[in-house]
Design a protein around this ligand. Structure first.
Ligand code: KG4
Ligand code: ZN
Length: 337
């Protein structure tokens, strides 16, 4: 299959999404039904609510993506879905739907790792994946990965507790800002001082590529009663700077240690303008290049899942219909020692 036409479904967290992609990068249709406003009332994603909403919307996103693409189900070569990591009951919805199509239409099924979707999203549309170091910073994960090529990864480090996006979300909740927290904190931080409140740079000098963000959140919590409403912008700016500082430092160190001259940034926190600005500057100072995923590909979407599936289908790969979902980080691609 040299230029497979893929239909991919993404339901790992709180976005129900479907995309139709012609390998390598011709995105013919995509519909994303976000549940963010539903979960905002709870200050975070409620798994049971998420899976019920996926069930309610999966059909319309698939039909919408197909109709945008102007293709019928029968023309799809490969059906793909995110099978992990993510919320178990949410993953089951997209995975069952894609398997159902594959079974009914006698076409291959491809099980896609959500993290691989983020990891390769900066290269969206390319037929080859260049050697690089990937920084995945999302609501659920923070990872540094050495990328030798498509499907050839080595996990360099990850967060030992909260993900970077999760820290933004939790701090935003503490400050009463709403959900998702990243864009709200970034907006508040614009008017704030980055140095008035000095927050810890946990594990910055640990000499490895692991991260820890939960202590940072705790420092905000302890400081909060001693501050006033008018200090909020400074708190946000100081917190954001601490997160960005560690991410930039470790990403550059990882690239140097793996002798890669390219850093590929993906995931929702990759939208953060301060991260983009500081990483671009730090990389340049070390003669490295940085490639950020397109903004529309940073937060959860089905196009990145379709892209991974298309790369693998073009190499003749497929998955068993018995492939189970895997809610945790994953035993194979990003093996955790
Ligand atoms: O990649 P994504 O959809 O999450 C997972 O797959 O887990 O990204 C969502 C995360 C949320 O935690 C959100 O607060 C964060 O990305 N985020 C940001 C920004 N925009 C979204 N964090 C910092 N700055 C932003 N501008
Ligand atoms: Zn994600």
């Amino acid at each position: 299959m040299s230029t497979p036409l893929v239909l991919a479904i993404e339901t790992s967290c709180d976005e129900t999404a479907a995309a139709v992609l012609r390998f390598p990068g011709d995105l013919l249709g995509q519909v994303i039904a976000s549940q963010a406003s539903v979960h905002a009332a709870y200050g975070g994603v409620v798994p049971e609510v998420a899976s019920r909403n996926h069930l309610a919307h999966v059909r319309e996103v698939v039909e919408g993506a197909l109709s945008q693409a102007g293709v019928g189900l029968g023309e799809i070569d490969v059906f793909a879905a995110t099978t992990g990591p993510g919320l178990a009951s949410a993953l089951l919805v997209g995975s069952a739907a894609a398997k159902g199509f594959a079974l009914a239409l006698d076409k291959p099924f491809l099980a896609v790792n959500h993290i691989e979707g983020h990891l390769l999203s900066p290269f969206f549309g390319r037929a080859e994946i260049p050697p690089s170091v990937g920084l995945v910073v999302s609501g659920g994960h923070t990872l540094l990965v050495d990328i030798a090529g498509a499907g050839r990864y080595k996990l360099l480090g990850r967060t030992l507790d909260d993900a970077a996006g999760e820290a933004f979300d939790k701090v935003a909740k503490l400050l009463g800002l709403g959900y998702p927290g990243g864009p709200l904190i970034e907006a508040e931080a614009r008017a704030g001082s980055r140095t008035r409140f000095e927050f810890p740079r946990s594990m910055k000098c640990s000499g490895d590529f692991q991260f820890s963000f939960s202590g940072l959140k705790t420092s905000v919590r302890y400081l909060l009663p001693k501050t006033a409403e008018s200090d909020r912008a400074d708190l946000c700016a100081g917190f954001q700077e601490a997160v960005v500082d560690v991410l930039v430092h470790k990403a550059v160190e990882a690239a140097k240690s793996c002798r890669r001259d390219l850093i590929a940034v993906s995931g929702g926190v990759g939208l953060n303008a301060r991260l983009r600005e500081r990483l671009a500057r730090a990389a340049e100072a070390d003669g490295l290049r940085v490639l950020f995923a397109e903004p529309s590909l940073c937060t959860d979407n089905a196009a990145m899942v379709a892209y991974v599936a298309a790369l693998r289908a073009a190499r003749g790969e497929s998955s068993s219909l018995e492939a189970d979902i895997f809610p945790a980080l994953g035993q194979t691609l990003f093996a955790v020692a």
